[in-house]
Design a binder for this molecule. Structure first.
Ligand code: FE2
Length: 480
């Protein structure tokens, strides 16, 4: 789907007709058939949070929130955040390349009843995806926005669906009919203006307001947002000096606390961190979702805010993990995978797991993660990767290849002896795909076993892996 052929849900109605339609719906007129009028411009989706609680969200240009229709009942939605223009705050860009974030829409939400207790839910005639108690088919994708970054002098061709294929990936992932979608973080990348004369990104919105979020995520992701409930992990692109305002308004599944909105830098300590939460997925298994938005590859030392915050995160994670025999962890920054970098024509440098998390978690547990976490799912590195260990560490998958410009520095087919992403972790199997866009799927085979498939843009399966407890193996060591 190109940026010019937006889904039907984004077709604007004339304001008068839109207001009339909305007024009739808000007035309790439930006789209006879904096909009676084009859908108004709004985004709708379902996000899963603490203990699997499902929250329906609607982003809409309207004076009041619409009602949900749950079976025969009309259920009011409440306002999560009001339209606003937030004064310019410090960002990763100098003020001259920044602008106030404009949020013109009303953000509405309502918690859905317990899974299995209702047959259907909809809003303004559009069905909402229904959570299932034990998802069998899971899409895992991440790093999906179109990179426009002055600090990296990097301008992706957002107007070219081959160079920026998130809409195609979202449509293909939706067609796979998942029960659940896991986004491992980094949704927003359009931070700065497209340079004059660059046709590849000409006309793109930029900055941290709704227009850039819509172009980066809500419009290209629409098909997948309607296909299944989501788990929306938080990436570093959603910390307070980047897209944090949008994260708290729209993606975080929990109630929006006063001052926890990244609007004012004085409150960033509240806005940059949040507690992990658990989503049960059947067979005595949980997904543990970790907010790593403000960690640092440079690492932390005792006394640093990050050191204390992520040590707290570890303690809460361990308590959550102890509730069930098996867990899959979701954290944006991989702790147990490798990346590669090269400066100019210099040698390739292998990059280790995130130092901030390894140091802070490792100060409480030398193995870094609770023993009943079987697998970690991450993004951040713009590639696909798998690692399995002969030491007592979980398998690690990286699924950061779903739209943002890819990393192209090659990884070796086999790691040199003794090379490891984390001290003490002994690699027994390693597989990766560099410079290919796609998404990953997981199909449940038993309590401890999953089939993992790596899908490319043409609908081909490029690699096939098997998770068995903490161990995993893939058919191809290096996808070419
Ligand atoms: Fe990232």
């Amino acid at each position: 789907m190109s940026r010019l052929s937006l889904p039907r849900s984004f077709v604007s109605l004339p304001p008068v007709l839109f207001t009339a339609l909305l007024a009739s719906l808000l007035g309790g007129c439930t006789a209006l058939a879904p096909a009676a009028a084009p859908a108004p411009e709004f985004s709708s989706y379902v996000v899963l949070g603490e203990n699997g609680r499902a929250v329906a969200r609607v982003l809409i240009d309207a004076p009041a929130c619409p009602a949900l229709q749950i079976d025969q009942r009309s259920v009011a939605m409440t306002v999560r955040s009001l339209p606003a223009t937030v004064p310019l705050r410090p960002t990763v860009s100098p003020p001259a390349n920044s602008k106030p974030a404009v949020f013109p829409l009303l953000t509405c939400e309502a918690e859905l009843p317990a899974t299995g207790s209702y047959a259907s839910a909809s809003v303004l005639g559009r069905a909402l995806p229904r959570p299932v108690a034990a998802p069998q088919r899971i899409v895992v994708l991440g790093d999906t926005g179109c990179r426009l970054a002055d600090h990296a002098q990097s301008y992706q061709a957002c107007n070219d669906k081959d160079a920026y294929p998130f809409a195609r990936i979202a449509a293909a992932a939706a067609a796979w009919q998942p029960d659940l979608v896991i986004h491992v973080g980094d949704y927003h990348y359009r931070e700065n203006a497209c340079p004059d004369g660059n046709a590849g990104c000409a006309g793109s919105p930029w900055g941290y307001g709704w227009d850039a979020w819509r172009a980066d995520f809500f419009a290209p992701g629409a098909a997948l947002l309607q296909a299944a409930p989501w788990i929306m992990a938080r990436g570093n692109h959603e910390n307070c000096s980047r897209g944090g305002q949008g994260y708290w308004r729209w993606l975080d599944p929990r109630p929006l606390l006063p001052q926890r909105d990244c609007d004012h830098p004085a409150n960033d300590k509240l806005g940059n961190y949040s507690a992990p939460y658990a989503v049960p997925i059947g067979q005595d298994t949980q997904l543990l979702v970790i907010d790593s938005a403000s960690t640092s590859w440079r690492g932390f030392k005792p006394g640093d805010t990050g050191w204390e915050q992520y040590r707290d995160t570890y303690r809460q994670l361990a308590a959550l993990a102890a509730r069930t025999p098996r867990n899959l962890g979701i954290v944006h920054h991989p702790m147990l995978a490798m990346g590669a970098d090269r400066k100019g024509d210099g040698p390739i440098q292998l990059l280790k797991g995130d130092a901030g998390l390894l140091q802070s978690f490792g100060s409480l547990n030398p193995l870094y993660l609770p023993e009943n976490i079987q697998t970690m799912l991450s993004g951040h590195v713009h590639l696909w990767e798998q690692m399995s260990f002969s030491s007592p560490h979980p398998s690690q998958f990286v699924s950061g290849f779903s739209g943002t410009a890819e990393d192209i520095v090659p990884l070796p087919e086999q790691l040199p002896a003794g090379v490891t992403p984390a001290p003490g972790a002994v690699v027994e199997a390693f597989s990766h795909w560099i410079d290919g866009f796609g998404f990953m799927t997981m199909e449940r085979q038993s309590a401890d076993q999953w089939l993992v498939l790596i899908h490319d843009l043409q609908g081909q399966i490029r690699n096939r892996c098997q998770i068995n407890g903490r161990h995993s193996r893939c058919e191809q060591a290096q996808v070419r």
